[in-house]
Each structure stands twice: as C-alpha cells, then as structure tokens.
Design a protein around this ligand. Structure first.
Ligand code: PGA
Length: 253
C-alpha cells in the first residue's frame, strides 16, 4: 500500500514576523526547486504567523497547518481559535493532542477526539499525536499507552483522507534521544493494528503514521525507511531551512 510520505514542521512557540516569513520563503523556494516532490510538505507555525506564512508559501506545494484548535466553531472561549478560523486563513491541517498540550493544558484523549471531530467537520485534516513518557516506557507500557491514546483520541469517523497519526515518545522530544529503529517500527505496526480494529483495515492501511522526536538530517533515513513510518513530525530541526529540507531529501523526497 503506497502512502505518500508527509514531512511536517511543528514550529511550536517560535518565530516573529521577520524570521517566520524568511523560514517559510526559504522552504517554499526549496520545495519549488524539487519540481514534483515525492512527499507532501506541511508547516505548522504559531497562530500569529499563519497569515504571513500562507502568503510566503504562495505557489509552493507546502500545506499550512495550525498547532491546536477549539472544538466550537465560535463563541465565548477567550484565547481560543476555532477550526473555521483556521480554514478561513488557508490552513489544511491542524496538529491535535501534542504531548506539550496534553502536559501543559491537561488535554485528555476525550478532548482531543472532540477537537478532531470538529476539525474534520470544518474540512481540516488532523495530525493526532500519541506517545509514552519515559516512566511508561521503563514500565513496559509503551504499546498499551499508545493503543489507549489511539482508541480515545481518534474519532470513530476518522478516515485515511482526514487523519494522520504522529507517534512521538515524550522523552524523545527535543532531547536528542531517540528509540531504536526496531522500537519505532514495533510501535507503528502495533498502532496500525489498533487503527484496523477501530477504523477498518482499508483505512488503517492507507493512514499515515509519522514518527516524531529528535528527527534530524542524520537519522531521518533510518526512521523514514521503516515499512510503517510514513513521514516525520519535526520540531527543532524544522526551524532551519537546510535541516528541514535535508530531512526531506534524506527520506527520498
Ligand atoms: P523535536 O520535536 O523534533 O524538537 O524533538 C518534535 C515535536 O514535538 O513535534
């Protein structure tokens, strides 16, 4: 089953207008130079830069995404941003349930699922994040934790067309530490099995499962050549044009 690889940058809370625009322009130029890339590209800047980045990406095959959204379309939710506001700005994707949101904002599987349903309804594709903590890993609970997160966070109605999963071990995010390739493949294969049970085999076989957590140019090939790894969600290394593009190129894009 051929799944087009997704190379996604999660800029997190980084970037002001000048450097965010420059980064987006740099990526746009490099992706244009690839001609017809073998992969799909996505950048997810902070809310404040979405409009400027959209403009900077004009004409390039790079999708725009946000890093979170509310489940309501509008209303009394001070500080929140709705899925419709994101599509209005030209977003095609939204990241949901990132471990930093689960930890910093107490987001539960139920809430992530509710947000995902609303995002899909608004026409957004979702990148739903899962992953175990170091404590859970040391206790041998990795597959169990990830399975529960999939069952709780992914809507029943999700399809391969509107949903991407990102497996990001919490302890590997921003630390320079990574699991072994075998560990990553084992988790991805297990996640695909759970997806098959929940959404049916056809959807599970087509759904992309990204690896995230300290992905860099030097380890991209190792992870992205694994059979069940369909791309990467990249934090730190997505903030430099050369690193982001080197990851893509080393992954066969
Ligand atoms: P990192 O972050 O690449 O800096 O480890 C990945 C992520 O949190 O999405």
């Amino acid at each position: 089953m051929a799944r087009k690889k997704l190379i996604a940058g999660n800029w997190k809370m980084n970037g002001l207008t000048a450097d965010g625009t420059a980064l987006a322009k740099g990526i746009a130029a490099e992706v244009k130079a690839l001609g017809k890339p073998q992969c799909e590209f996505l950048v997810c800047p902070p809310f404040t830069l979405l409009a400027a980045v959209k403009k900077a990406l004009r004409g390039a095959r790079v999708a725009l995404g946000a890093q979170d959204c509310h489940f309501d379309a509008k209303g009394a939710h001070t500080g929140d941003v709705s899925p419709l506001m994101l599509t209005d700005l030209g977003c095609a994707y939204v990241i949901l349930g990132h471990s930093e949101r689960r930890a910093d904002h107490g987001e539960s599987n139920e809430l992530v699922c509710k947000k995902a349903e609303a995002a899909h309804q608004a026409g957004l594709k979702t990148v739903i994040c899962i992953g175990e903590t170091l404590e859970q890993r040391d206790a041998g609970q990795t597959i169990d934790v990830c399975s529960k997160q999939i069952l709780g966070s992914v809507p029943e109605t999700a399809t391969a067309a509107d949903t991407v999963i990102a497996y990001e071990p919490v302890w590997a995010i921003g630390t320079g530490k990574t699991p072994t390739a075998q560990d990553v493949e084992d988790v991805h294969a297990a996640v695909r099995k759970v997806l098959a049970k929940k959404l049916g085999r056809a959807n599970a076989n087509k759904m992309r499962i990204l690896y995230g957590g300290s992905v860099k140019p030097s380890n991209a090939k190792e992870f992205l050549s694994l059979p069940d790894v369909d791309g990467a969600l990249i934090g730190g290394a997505s903030l430099k044009v050369e690193d982001f593009m080197a990851i893509a190129k080393n992954s066969g894009c």
